[in-house]
Design a protein around this ligand. Structure first.
Ligand SMILES: Nc1ncnc2c1ncn2[C@@H]1O[C@H](COP(=O)(O)OP(=O)(O)O)[C@@H](O)[C@H]1O
Ligand SMILES: [Mg+2]
Length: 401
């Protein structure tokens, strides 16, 4: 038994003789017990949530043991329920287990057996409570991240920006560069927090995604805009190759913008001074002359095969590239490839995991390639909108367009 708070047990049985025997035995084994002679009395006693375990007889006048068990479950009480049935009522006992009972035993019972089952149920309950507590702590941590940490950083960025713009007095070029570097570092932290929170939202199915027809060129232009300063600072050339007359894509504009921001941030991070980044976007078809080849290490999203028209978006750089064995792994959480200088580059390994979840939620597919001539290329394939006429139930997921 736990050495902390005494775990109280409620015996629920309309037969006083059995209740007395149980009380005596459990008392001898160091347990603190109370007795309720019917279901209603038991429910009133249990409602305060102060019992670790209830030993409940199934057949009682008034509220039955099963009804009591169901009430405990519905109310989300943490009391573990062990059901006592008469010999030959095993089917009933199985029904109780299905309704949430921890265990059952049949009368007459051996004391050793009863104590063993009781200790096991209490131990499971302790583990479950511990898990719940950890979940709650995790929840609190994420809440802290999103509010208590992110908001002050955003305020810091705003203040630095005011100084940088010279609104509080003249700022020389060197000071300006230091302030810009401070802003970039803060933005990186905010972006890591956003990636972490959104990954969690995706995984718990709580990510608000609103698919709307969007022009790919618009999303690219607004994402690229935010990198002009960093690119100029590092002497990196940026080429935009966006086809005219592009079909629209059905994406969440804000989330898609963040996908591109992550890819561009990586490209800038892993491209040395004087290198080159190329962003391209064109329409491709599935298997046609303008076809697209998805590498074998990529798991295309459900339904991609039945589409015929895609927008292919690519962010290519002339950096270190990604070792072949890591191409399929870099989209996993916390995976940072072994490319040289990674330690100095920082990061948390969450950006690409977020990108994959986001692109999947648009019914698209994302993957990385590292061509033999060097550098990395991140490719996103998104179905054109309106969807192809051959409608496949797999690819019609997502919120209404
Ligand atoms: N453009 C790139 N060039 C080389 N390696 C890259 C590139 N983009 C991503 N990677 C590799 O993938 C890993 C995961 O990227 P990401 O999920 O964005 O995390 P982070 O940027 O926080 O490291 C990076 O640490 C790096 O090893
Ligand atoms: Mg990144």
């Amino acid at each position: 038994m736990s050495a902390q708070l005494p775990e109280r047990i409620l015996i629920v049985d309309d037969e006083p003789d059995i209740a007395v025997i149980l009380k005596l035995h459990l008392g001898d084994s160091g347990y603190s017990t109370d007795w309720a002679g019917d279901g209603d009395t038991a429910w009133n006693m249990l409602n305060g949530n102060s019992y670790a375990l209830a030993l409940v007889d199934v057949r009682m006048p008034g509220m039955s043991g099963i009804d009591l068990l169901k009430r405990v479950e519905e109310a989300g009480l943490e009391t573990a329920v062990i059901i006592m049935t008469a010999h030959g009522s095993e089917d009933l006992a199985v029904e109780c287990i299905k309704s949430g009972a921890f265990d059952y035993f049949t009368k007459p019972f051996s004391l050793d057996d009863l104590l063993q089952r009781l200790e096991r149920a209490l131990s499971i309950r302790r583990t479950m409570r511990e898990k719940k507590k950890l979940e709650q702590e995790k929840e609190d941590f994420f809440f802290m991240l999103s509010h208590d940490l992110k908001n002050p950083i955003t305020a810091v960025v705003g203040s630095i920006d005011i100084i940088r713009e010279g609104r509080l007095g003249p700022v020389n070029q060197e000071q300006k560069e230091y302030l810009e570097s401070a802003i970039d570092s803060c933005s990186e932290i905010v972006s890591m927090i956003d990636n972490m929170l959104d990954l969690r939202r995706f995984e718990s199915g709580m990510m608000p995604i609103s698919l709307r027809p969007c022009e790919p060129a618009d999303i690219i232009a607004s994402a690229v805009k935010n990198f002009i300063r960093a690119i100029e600072h590092d002497g990196i050339s940026l080429t935009l190759d966006v086809a005219e007359e592009m079909p629209v894509i059905a994406v969440d504009r804000f989330v898609m913008g963040r996908v591109l921001t992550n890819l561009l941030a990586n490209a800038v991070k892993f491209t040395p001074e004087g290198g080159a980044i190329e962003v391209s976007c064109r329409c491709v078809d599935n298997g046609g002359a303008n076809g697209v080849r998805i590498p074998v290490y990529v798991q295309p999203s459900a339904g991609i095969a039945c589409r015929t028209c895609f927008v292919k978006l690519s962010v290519k750089d002339s950096g270190n590239g990604i070792p072949t064995e890591d191409l399929g792994r870099v989209f996993d959480r916390y995976i940072q490839s072994a490319n040289a200088t990674i330690r100095e580059k920082g990061g948390a390994g969450l950006g690409l995991a977020f990108c994959r979840q986001a692109v999947n939620s648009f019914n698209g597919t994302i993957w990385a390639e590292s061509p033999p001539e060097g550098g990395s290329e991140f490719i996103i394939l998104l179905p054109c909108y309106p969807p192809d006429r051959i409608r496949c139930p797999d690819c019609m997921g997502g919120t209404a367009v």
